[in-house]
Each structure stands twice: as C-alpha cells, then as structure tokens.
Design a protein around this ligand. Structure first.
Ligand code: MG
Length: 386
C-alpha cells in the first residue's frame, strides 16, 4: 500500500486526486493534506479518509478550530504546515497547486527521498536546475502530472533519451482561441476564464489564455526530460485528443491520446508503474474522432507571453524566476480586476527590465529574487490603471 500526501487538496488537481483515491482504497493510504480556505471540503476529506494524520490549513485560527473537531490529528498552519505535509511519512507527494510558494516544501520532500508527482509547473520553471540536481543527488523521481508531460513521459518509454529528435507539446485549446486580437481590449474576466476543453483552476486558465502556460510547459519539459530547448516545440491542437508527441531520430513518432480529463494523468501517477482500469472514465471512442488539427504557428502578436517566457527559459539564470513571479502577480491582479488582460505582458516585461542576469543561483537567492520581483511587479501594477 502506497502512502500519499497532497499539497493543496482543495484545488482542482487535489480534489480530482481525492476522487481517484476513493476508488482505490485497497492500494493507497492518504496520510497528509494541506488546504486553503475551503475548510468545508477539507472536513469532507478528513471524514472520508480518517487515516489522515497530518493536516495544514492557511491560518492559526482555522487550525485551532479544526483541532477541536479532530483532536487526534496533527494540525498545522501555513508555511510550517506545508513543510509538515510534504515531509510526512509518505511514499508519494502530489503537489497539486499553482504558484512558486511550494518550492520549499517540495525541496524538503526531495531531501527526504519522497517521490514527487508534480502538478506544479512553477516549481521547475523558477528553480528547475536546483530541483533536478537535488533529485538526482537523492535518487528521487520527479514525475509529471501535467497532462502534456505525462503524455511525453509515456511516449518516451518507446526509446532512449539520446534517440529523441523532438518533443512536441500540444496546446490543447484556450478561451481566446477563436477571439480576434481586435477584441482583446474589451475582454472581460469571464471571457478569459472560459476554457473549451479542460476544467482547471483560475490561474492556469488565465495562463492558457495568454499561452504563458504553454511556455511554462516548454521550460518544465526541458528540466524534466533534460532535452535542449531547440528540440522542444509547441503546436496548437484544438481537439485536445493528442496530449503530446515524441519524434525519435529514426522518424518514428509516438503520440499519447485520450479523453481530455485530468484524472487520467493523476491516476497514472498514483498507480505507476502499473496501469489500472478506470471506473469513472469514458474511454475514448477514437472512431468518432473524425479529424485532428495541428497548427505550428503561434501568433507573436496574440500570444506575446509565450515568446517572452520561452526566451526567459532559454536565457536561464535569474530570468525564469523573475518572469514566473511577475506573471503570478499580474494574473492575480487581473483576477482581482485591478488590471486589464492586455496589461499582463507589460507587467512581466517591465519587471524583467529591473533585474540583471545572474547564473547558478542558490535556493535562497531564488527565493529572494522571487520575493523582490513580486514587490516590483506590485509597484508596476499600482502605476497602471484599468
Ligand atoms: Mg498542461
């Protein structure tokens, strides 16, 4: 039986993980969970999985309240709580959240030798080099829950890494796919938060609309699979049936396809290296898939975030950290309706100009630059009016 911890059980990936765990009680034991403000859902989880021992919530008041209801559990809060959840007596940690705040708990789990199933791409974007080096040193597997990377991971099993010609990441679709750029100035938050194929959290849905998400995924793939940037491409594939492809040097291409449902990569993560029958899932009837479209042109005018973020990944050093932090702050400001959608790129660009390149950063330096760039991005936002 595998022991599982989930960082941020109340978010989209976390709650979908819970749905799967309910179906495989004989195979998994849920040991530790963190949650944010959704205490009602957290209580549901704790009642459903009484074996949970370690719990983290966002503040002390909530922790005290929860402790009254569950006197035998260890209840923690905020940063210390996240570290307790990540370093509990578990075999697998699922980092089911967005944002770079999860860097330290993830790093601590790696130090403890816990297998990481990563649904948090920001960790690798902001600190990919240091995380992968630590994982290598500790012999820890970092495996992807992101649907595209899970697809690449499966396709890569068909050959050796030195036989790879290209990784091709599909951009599955986004809210603004069919919206003309002339309409961008009048976009509302609700227009951006519509996603045709995938049901995801708000931050990642905005990142999908800017295609920042796809650039973050290119950076994530570069670190995870140790493939040079020039051998990683993104293509637009509107049906979201093929989740990514690997081309090998002999011309063979492997593609992973399936219904667009995040529970598929999550279940693969949990049961890996085995595969298990799905109970909740509609199997893909591929005979009903009459056509698949691919487009390798990603408009620079419509999706400037994609190009800027990818460039930051290629430059490496300080740039991915600054870019990622500025994006998180800008997206949050957009979600709070403090800035317009089209200002997200400006905030990232302006923040980047305030920093000089620095290579081989320590974990502490990454955290310092992350914090500093968030402050700078906030200052820029204050100057921008809607
Ligand atoms: Mg993805």
């Amino acid at each position: 039986m595998k022991k599982v911890g989930i960082l941020w059980v109340s978010w989209s990936i976390g709650s979908q993980t819970i749905d799967i765990l309910k179906n495989y009680r004989q195979d998994f034991q849920l040991i530790s969970v963190s949650a944010g403000k959704n205490i009602t859902y957290l209580r549901e989880v704790l009642n459903e999985f009484p074996e949970v021992q370690i719990v983290s919530v966002s503040d002390e008041k909530e922790a005290i309240e929860l402790q009254k209801s569950y006197p035998k559990k260890h209840i923690f809060y905020w940063e210390n709580g996240l570290n307790e959840v990540a370093t509990a007596d578990i075999d697998i940690l699922i980092t089911a959240v967005v944002g770079s705040i999860w860097l330290i708990p993830t790093y601590k789990a790696i130090e403890k030798g816990i297998t990481i199933w990563l649904a948090n791409k920001e960790t690798l974007v902001t600190a990919g080099k240091i995380i992968m080096e630590k994982a290598k040193e500790k012999g820890v597997s970092i495996l992807p829950v992101d649907s595209e990377h899970c697809a690449l991971f499966q396709c890569l099993k068909a050959g050796e890494i030195q036989e790879v010609k290209r990784l091709i990441i599909t951009a599955s679709g986004w809210a603004l796919r069919d919206t003309d750029i002339s309409k961008f100035p009048s976009l509302k938050k609700s227009d951006v938060l519509k996603h045709p194929n995938w049901s995801m959290g708000q931050k990642i849905t905005v990142d999908s609309a800017t295609m920042m998400n796809k650039a973050l995924e290119v950076i994530e793939a570069h670190h995870l699979f140790q493939i040079p940037y020039e051998n990683i491409e993104a293509v637009i594939h509107k049906e979201s049936i093929i989740h990514s492809l690997v081309e090998f040097i002999d011309g063979s291409m492997m593609a992973q396809m399936g219904t667009p449902d995040m529970r598929l990569p999550i279940q693969y993560a949990l049961t890996y290296p085995e595969r298990k029958k799905v109970i909740w899932h509609q199997y893909l009837d591929f005979t009903k898939v009459t056509s698949l479209h691919f487009e390798n042109h990603i408009s620079k005018e419509k999706y400037p975030c994609f190009y800027l973020a990818k460039e930051c990944g290629i430059k490496g050093g300080i740039y991915p950290t600054i870019m990622n932090a500025a994006n998180e702050v800008a997206v949050e400001a957009f979600l709070q309706e403090k800035i317009h959608f089209t200002k997200i790129i400006e905030i990232i660009e302006q923040t980047l100009t305030l920093f000089q390149q620095k290579e081989n950063l320590s974990l502490q330096e990454i955290l310092d630059f992350d914090r500093e760039s968030r402050i700078k991005a906030q200052e820029i936002i204050k100057k921008i009016s809607l």
